[in-house]
Design a binder for this molecule. Structure first.
Ligand SMILES: [Zn+2]
Length: 290
């Protein structure tokens, strides 16, 4: 049992301590902004080069070349998706939801970037369009497309229910990677990482700070579109929670397919654009007197 909290009395200067001014931890103006005008001009020239339909309670992998675009679309009904990204050249470089959250906030939208894990820490993709950007933050403090959740997984489900369930996003992504790479599940599973929760409406309760979800505002035709900053392998799971209005980690919710489409711009449309280099820190960590 948790103790009744607080267990310790507030000090006399508690109000003053609590009144300290919040400081944005990572001022966004310190980052080089994406050239959205360039990306959008290139997008206007782009042709569709492929598509992947992600069935309900399944995941599928896809590939996007650096300088191309991919769009995730809600098709037949409200459905959230769990997105993983890897560098196609080196799957050790994968999406880092925690640092992306620290840099951009709890929920992502147009102009925000998906950053890769240390020691790479560079933009993997940039959001160039979000038809749900009108939602903002609602009265519950919820918004859309979060980097605060992890992904539904059979281990947490087992902790809480003792039962197995094989179509959590974690397992769906694992199966998609097995199919994509030919690796056994034991090798593919550790590649799965914390996701961008596409279309999901989430927040933290204001009184207790607990993670919550509510019915996604997404409707058929809504989409989230990205510019691929590097050569990407992606995997998207159509979450068993459906619109995540009530439950997940079961077959109870109505679930629908999600569509991933890839578009390549006309040659030269990006001018002299080049994929970003990996992070410039020298990785010596103060060892050997540096
Ligand atoms: Zn899920």
């Amino acid at each position: 049992m948790k103790p009744e909290r607080p267990e310790f009395p507030a000090p006399p200067d508690a109000p003053a301590r609590r009144a300290a001014r919040p400081v944005i931890t990572y001022p966004p103006e310190a980052l080089t902004p994406p050239d959205l005008a360039l990306y959008r001009a290139a997008r206007a020239t782009a042709q569709k080069t492929g598509e992947t339909l992600v069935p309900p309670r399944q995941a599928r992998a896809f590939h996007v070349a650096a300088g191309s675009f991919f769009r995730i679309t809600c098709t037949e009904g409200a459905q959230v998706g769990d997105l993983n990204l890897w560098s196609a050249a080196d799957p050790a470089e994968r999406f880092f939801s925690g640092k992306t959250r620290a840099l951009h906030g709890t929920h992502l939208s147009t102009g925000d970037r998906l950053w890769s894990a240390l020691p790479y820490l560079r933009p993997m993709a940039t959001i160039i369009a979000d038809t749900l950007d009108w939602y903002g933050f609602d009265a519950d403090g919820a918004s859309v497309h979060d980097v605060i959740g992890t992904r539904c997984d059979p281990y947490t489900h087992h902790l809480m229910t003792g039962a197995p369930y094989h179509h959590c996003c974690h397992s769906n992504l694992t199966r998609a990677l097995v199919g994509e790479t030919g690796q056994p599940a034991a090798a593919a599973e550790p590649m799965v990482h914390d996701v961008l929760n596409v279309f999901m409406a989430t927040g933290f309760t204001r009184d207790t700070g607990q993670y919550f979800m509510k019915a996604s505002p997404v409707r058929p035709g809504d989409y989230l579109e990205f510019f691929a900053e590097i050569d990407l392998t992606g995997a998207l799971s159509a979450c068993p929670g459906g619109d995540c209005s009530a439950t997940h980690s079961s077959d109870a919710a109505a679930c629908f397919p999600l569509l991933v489409e890839v578009f390549a711009p006309a040659p030269g449309a990006l001018g002299g654009w080049q994929p970003p280099a990996v992070n410039g820190y020298d990785r010596t960590h103060g060892i050997a007197g540096k």
